[in-house]
Design a protein around this ligand. Sequence first.
Ligand SMILES: C[S@@+](CC[C@H](N)C(=O)[O-])C[C@H]1O[C@@H](n2cnc3c(N)ncnc32)[C@H](O)[C@@H]1O
Length: 275
Amino acid sequence: MASPDPCDFDPANPAHVATWDEASLWSALAGQLLLDRVPLDARCAMDLGTGAGFPGLELAERLGPGALVVGVDPWRTALERASAKARTWGVPGYVPVLADGACLPLRAACLHLVVSNLGVNNFADPDAAFAECRRVLAPGGVLAISTNVVGHFRELYDVFDDVLLRAGHAEARGRLRTHVAHRATVAGLTTMLARHGLRVTDVLERERAWRFRDGAALLDSHLVRIGFLPAWREVVGEPAGPVIEALREALDARARDAGELRLSVPLAVLVARAA
Ligand SMILES: C[S@@+](CC[C@H](N)C(=O)[O-])C[C@H]1O[C@@H](n2cnc3c(N)ncnc32)[C@H](O)[C@@H]1O
């Protein structure tokens, strides 16, 4: 039987979401750095943008018995999966809550710690989410977020821009610049957090590489097809197929020259304290 095209991934289909944990290898690039930096004395915490439970479940286990970690996300099916894992693994301290970070159903000053792994680039209104984080954090509470930052996949975006230039797609090149610039920067996040009374006290920056044999391997991988390719197609506009094919050929050529296709993933963890 042919397997379904992962581009048809349905975020409301439990069977599809049950396969989503494989994404944790990607999530772990940033999540490990985040878990290295979180204080472990918190008793009440929140994982904002918890998805299928990462890193909230892990955090609940590391904080130990008696600690509570609320996993917040508006993605209902992923939360059902997080809930099933909490039951199966026996992690009573992890409690999934269906909500938007911009409007948290939590009382003011009730938390000691807020974490968020790879969340901020996905929030429609990060300013509103951080205002809410400040409201629910007790004075002296800690916010620790990890994110990939501008510079992410820069090798691919350089090749993509060259492909668009050669194809004479001036408008698409403008859309590509906007797409690349939408990712966070440490300076921008520091300023945004300060606006909401969250003073950054610690920044950790690391760069990891995401390695593939060539462009075909990259573009065929399920996480790229589900998580990245739809936005790249939007950058190109209709019809996207020939440009994506030219991108694959250009990435293949780069990989032939270099022996592999190596994409940079610059990551940052910011730790901030509530005033
Ligand atoms: C890249 S995923 C990261 C998921 C998980 N933290 C991980 O590391 O695997 C981003 C998550 O943010 C969630 N998200 C998007 N908008 C949100 C919002 N307004 N409030 C809370 N979570 C949101 C998405 O549903 C998704 O689960």
